[in-house]
Design a protein around this ligand. Structure first.
Ligand code: BGC
Length: 770
């Protein structure tokens, strides 16, 4: 009780102290050298302290799905910690509340290990299925990624432990990641690559943000003022400090100027010296250095105060949570003739594939956790299926290759069984931090095994363990497919829960599963050439691309089946015509029409009917996961704001909502949206047009201010003659179409001296006034 009281006091204290003020005072007492020393770490994982001023050192460690508190850089030598499902799995739960719970558990494990900042979550977008770290990222959609990230950060930070949201920004490939330039236009950055970061900064204030290795439009992220200062700190109001990815610094003084607070790991002091020199030679203002150190120090002091002594993590409770989370992430992709859940009458099951006993459950690299235990699907299934004979054959080697003998053993096993469960996916070496995948294929050994077994026994279910989309040449030949992702240490148990029906699957794909690599938005140009990754597909990544190009994927974004069925009905709104400042509420009814309790992810997408700029067919804006008993019906309501209708306007550098009609589409996946409600939006702050000599005549014609000018010029050409005959009318329509794409200045050249430069200036002055 007394100890509990102390914890509460420590947290409450950390909440009330003004750490910025405290940091300011401390910085005013520091020498230039001391300030510079706080701009980099002391070791691989800890920050520099200053004993004479009582400034503490804090400890950071990876990572996103479990603690990797290591000695130095040795990945294999970390403390045992609960390995939760990786980010690609977690996002497929579409359950922010669960992500928050997982974050809380990670916070507790951090406290128990005296870790002040957990290096995660990773919120970069999946630009291509080939991205080597896709397993560490949430989604191809910024709204889904942003919501899961926000909840995760709130969870960790509720325990008095900071997070480091990474990798800011446009770090979407591993190939040449430390030198490559991600060349992305402003609208695409703001609509696709920024919003997950933006949402989490505004709603959860991560204590730190980690800048990425790559350059953004030619400037290293670690010294990119636009990114770190103008967007992150000034526009979004980020209150924490920016830490470099490990080794991401290029020019340290430039980084200080741009807004990079802390370089990690320790640089041995030589970059600190450069900062000192830069201040002395006047290329770096000391006031700027002060601000950077104050920001770092404010979080350092808060982090230290938030540390709770005497915490222990309950390993078995966390393992149970890991199993629960993993179960909610699993996506049922195919279930012909209700082959799943396994019927109680099924007594002979062939379990094929080495992953059934040695699961693939996390990815390689800095996020690799040493688990507290590992559950495998075979043993867990056996525990849940008393009296059922499970016969195992490995089918392939750990590198994914198979042999004639292994294949014939597997086929024989399948022949003698009522149902076959084949575990397959991607071996470790196929996806990792540090390099990208070469193609979307599973190993030949896995594909051939599935094909051979499916030929022998049509009651075949494939269970996939992988961190990113794979092609499925055998899709039509098998009866069931389960996407189990990299499900963490309890992933095997979660698979058993779903196979037996103990858990009704409720995950939905957080990324599109395309048929083939050639169908993907970046197929022509991924990862990069000559150090430049040109994001030519712009805003059209993931489902935005497949929808626009009308490409049928294997399984679309947001897709996932359940052991029950749901019906959608009665879409309604509080207002079918609204100002962009009004609250628009969309309500729908969802009913469980089957015989089993289950969860459904209700998804809301927005489609603009008439667009001025190219926009996606549908964009996810809201979602909610609900539980329904058989026969139960619930009303789900979504509150839309002007941002849900807006696009990013590059002339104004802001989000703009245009007046017009928007279709709100609601349903069970990006390709299954049975409900639609149209809303007529009137913009209260449409983009103010500044008319110039190059403004096109169609822009004059469309704007209330410009229309009279257009009419005047049009009449000037037709001499004010009224079109009477059909021929006249056709001529006018033709002229109107021709004029649209002509800038107004061309009239000077074409009016035979009637429309002069002076007249043009007078027209522009009048139309731009008030
Ligand atoms: C990774 C980061 C990680 C850091 C520390 C880097 O190589 O990109 O995600 O947090 O190492 O391990």
């Amino acid at each position: 009780m007394l100890i509990m009281g102390l914890f509460v006091t420590a947290t409450a204290l950390a909440q009330t102290i003004d750490y910025r003020e405290k940091a300011k005072k401390l910085v005013s007492q520091m020498t230039l050298e001391e300030k510079a020393s706080l701009c980099s770490g002391e070791t691989a994982w800890s920050t520099q302290g200053i004993a004479r001023l009582g400034i503490p050192s804090i400890f950071m460690t990876d990572g996103p799905h479990g603690l990797r508190k290591a000695e130095g850089f040795d990945f294999t030598n970390s403390v045992p910690a609960t390995c939760f499902p990786t980010a690609s799995a977690l996002a497929s739960s579409w359950n922010p509340a669960l992500a928050q719970k997982m974050g809380e558990a990670l916070g507790i494990e951090s406290q128990a290990n005296d870790v002040q900042i957990l290096l995660g979550p990773g919120v970069n977008m999946k630009r291509s299925p080939l991205g080597g770290r896709n397993f560490e990222y949430f989604s191809e959609d910024p709204i889904l990624a942003g919501n899961i990230a926000t909840a995760f950060i709130k969870g960790v930070q509720s325990q008095g432990v900071g997070t480091s949201m990474k990798h800011f920004a446009a770090n979407n490939q591993e190939f040449e990641r430390m030198t490559n330039s991600s060349n992305v236009d402003e609208r695409t950055l703001n609509e696709i690559y920024f919003p997950a970061f933006e949402m989490a900064v505004k709603e959860a204030q991560p204590w730190t943000v980690m800048c990425s290795y790559n350059k953004l439009n030619g400037v290293y992220a670690s010294e990119n003022k636009y990114l770190l200062n103008d967007v992150l700190k000034e526009k979004w109001g980020f209150k924490g400090f920016v830490v470099s990815d490990w080794g991401a610094v290029n020019d340290r003084p430039l980084g200080v100027n741009a807004g990079l607070n802390l370089e990690m790991p320790s640089n041995g002091g030589f970059n600190n010296q450069k900062i000192v020199e830069a201040v002395k030679n006047g290329t770096l203002a000391e006031a700027r250095l002060n601000e950077i150190v104050i920001e770092t120090l404010a979080i350092t002091l808060k982090a230290k105060d938030s540390h709770k002594k005497g915490i222990t993590a309950d390993k078995s409770k966390h393992n149970a949570l890991a199993r629960q989370v993993s179960g909610e992430c699993i996506v049922l992709l195919k279930n012909d003739n209700e082959i799943l859940p396994l019927a109680s009458s099924t007594k002979k099951i062939a379990v094929i594939g080495a992953f059934a006993k040695t699961p693939r459950y996390q990815g390689a690299g800095s996020s690799q956790v040493k688990p507290t235990q590992i559950e495998n699907a075979f043993d867990e299934l056996q525990k849940l299926s008393k009296g059922v004979s499970l016969t195992f054959t490995p089918g392939y080697n750990s590198d994914g290759t198979t042999t004639e003998t292994m294949m014939s053993e597997a086929v024989l096993n399948a022949k003698n069984a009522e149902t076959v469960l084949i575990f397959a996916g991607l071996p470790d070496i196929y996806e990792s931090e540090g390099y990208d995948r070469q193609n979307m294929d599973m190993p030949d050994g896995h594909n051939k095994l599935i094909e051979a077994v499916a030929k022998t026994n049509k009651n075949t279910v494939v269970i996939l363990m992988n961190g990113s989309a794979v092609s499925m040449p055998w899709k039509k030949d098998v009866s069931g497919i389960i996407e189990a992702h990299l499900g963490g240490q309890a992933g095997g148990g979660a698979v058993a829960d779903v196979l037996t029906g103990k858990v009704n699957p409720s995950g939905k794909l957080s990324e599109t599963f395309p048929v083939r690599l050639e169908d993907t938005p970046t197929a022509i140009d991924f990862p990069s050439k000559d150090g430049n990754a040109n994001y030519g597909e712009g805003i059209f990544i993931g489902y935005r691309y497949y929808d626009k190009r009308k490409i049928e994927p294997n399984f679309p974004f947001g897709y996932g089946l359940s052991y029950t069925t749901f019906s959608y009905s009665d879409i309604s709104t509080n207002t079918a015509s609204a100002k962009d400042t009004d609250a628009v509420i969309i309500s729908v009814k969802v009913k469980n029409t089957g015989k089993t309790a289950g969860k459904e992810v209700v998804q809301l997408y927005v489609h603009e009917q008439e667009t001025e700029v190219t926009r996606p067919e549908n964009e996810l804006k809201h979602f909610e996961k609900i539980s329904l008993n058989p026969g139960e019906e619930k009303t789900v309501s979504f509150h839309l704001t002007s941002r849900d209708f807006a696009y990013y306007n590059t002339a104004l550098h802001e989000w703009v909502t245009k007046s017009g009609k928007f279709d709100i589409r609601v349903g069970a996946s990006s390709r299954d949206l049975p409900l639609q409600q149209t809303i007529d939006i009137q913009s209260t702050k449409s983009a103010e047009i500044v008319f110039t000599r190059n403004t096109l005549l169609k822009v004059f014609k469309k704007s209330p201010k410009g229309a009279p000018i257009y009419e005047m010029l049009f009449k000037g050409i037709t001499n004010g003659k009224k079109a009477v005959t059909e021929e006249d009318k056709k001529g006018e329509a033709f002229l109107d179409a021709m004029l649209g794409d002509m800038p107004i200045s061309k009239f000077i050249l074409m009016s035979g001296g009637k429309f002069t430069e002076e007249k043009l200036q007078a027209v522009l002055n009048s139309v731009n006034s008030n």
